[in-house]
Structures are given as structure tokens and as C-alpha cells.
Ligand binder design. Sequence first.
Ligand SMILES: [Zn+2]
Length: 69
Amino acid sequence: MSKEVITCLYCQSPNEIDNEQNDIGNCENCGMPLTQHAPEGRLSRLKRFLPFFWAIVIFCLVMIFYLPR
Ligand SMILES: [Zn+2]
């Protein structure tokens, strides 16, 4: 039986889990579900969002100056 330690993503406490189980279960400390893969960071989501954000900003600026009043 192989054991693995997974650090909880929510409270950073180490959880020893059984590798042969399909369901790795919840954190012993806070009860949140444990995942072996870290979720997508907030930074990379922000990086993907930024070009879209600037496109909207530029579009708004163009509209402010272009639209007749
Ligand atoms: Zn936890």
C-alpha cells in the first residue's frame, strides 16, 4: 500500500492519503475536498482576461470620441 502526502489547498495542512483509493477524500483539518492537481491560479486567469479587458476599454474610448454628440 502506497501512501502519499497531499497538502490541502485551503488550509495548507498535510494530509496522508492512500494512493490506491480512487477518491482521495477530504482534508482532515478543514474538511474541504483534496485535489492532486492545483486549481488554475488566479494570476493565469487574470492574464487571459486582460486582453479582453483592454479590447473593451479601447472599444469604449473609440466610441466616446467617434460617436457624434
Ligand atoms: Zn484543509
